[in-house]
Write a protein that binds this ligand. Sequence first.
Ligand SMILES: [Zn+2]
Length: 369
Amino acid sequence: MRPLLIGGEIYRSSSYGRGHPLAIPRVSAALDLIRAMGWLAEEAYIDSPQATPEELAGFHHPDYIAAVMEAERDRQVSAERRRRFNIGCNGNPVFPEIFRRPATACGGTLKAVELLAEGGIVYSPAGGTHHGRPDRASGFCYFNDPVLGILAFLDRGLKRIYYVDVDAHHGDGVQDAFADDPRVLTLSIHEAGRWPYSGALDDRAGGMARNLPVPSGLNDSEMGWLVETVVLPLGWDFAPDAVVLQCGADALADDPLSGLALSNHALWDVVDRLIGLAPRLLVLGGGGYNPWAVARCWAGVWATLNRLDPTVAPSAAAQAVLRGLTWSRSQGRNPPAHWMTTIADSPRPGPIRDEIRTIAAAVLERGAA
Ligand SMILES: [Zn+2]
């Protein structure tokens, strides 16, 4: 069965607001690039539905869902609600689509689960909002679509889900949602010492979490080695019915919000290695705060899922998409040429540091069970 791609136009037409790290095109830029490369057969594209409040209530508290809907209607929140729900503050702004946009990301993930009933591969780059909490927003995430998707898999009778999170930030919301649920193994590779400061090496939540907090400067060789040594063996032991990959693009060297130093080859390699680990593969997006880096990385994820070569030179149409992107941060004022003229970064290999070997050994000691 051919891979399917879920997207939507709401990501093009809405913004978190000036100055916010997410005030950049991401899903729309990746989709435009994929189409400009001729990588998307229109029958493989699905326009995302919007999750209903009832669907969101599978994980989120009704009073929180109502508060987000009211924030969209009123375009403001009271001080009491700011405090209680963490909206309108701390990177979770009130913006005109504050409900519809995250609800659409959740609708896309739920649609993906439905499409994966009999197996296959679905990519929903708008998903991956892994910090969302049952009763509050966190880390730019209002709702938690990975949790809702995993719950939907379980509701359909799947017995074991393997959640792999390669975003630069710890996948705290997903880990905590399934902390002691033996049906869901969560593994997060993230930069040590960075917000939300959870996900330490010995943090197993209620038993079902594995955490690999990696030092800054993580290179392609180290990521490949961790996949080979930890991610795949744990997956083989667990024998999941579905793999959910949160493929945030903020661990890339070109990303402004992390100190990790991967090229996009490293993330494409993760995707490639996870194909076939389970009968179902759901690939989500996540962080990523440099529009060129995100668009090129996520377009290449789609190519990888389709066994197309993401290292080819971009077509003229694809280069036009890349030239059309803008970024108000200082790094975006004089973007380097390769952000416009390539899709693949130069690989960033390096030595496998002792710290990497130490954390891998500590996690492996505990196994998948
Ligand atoms: Zn992140």
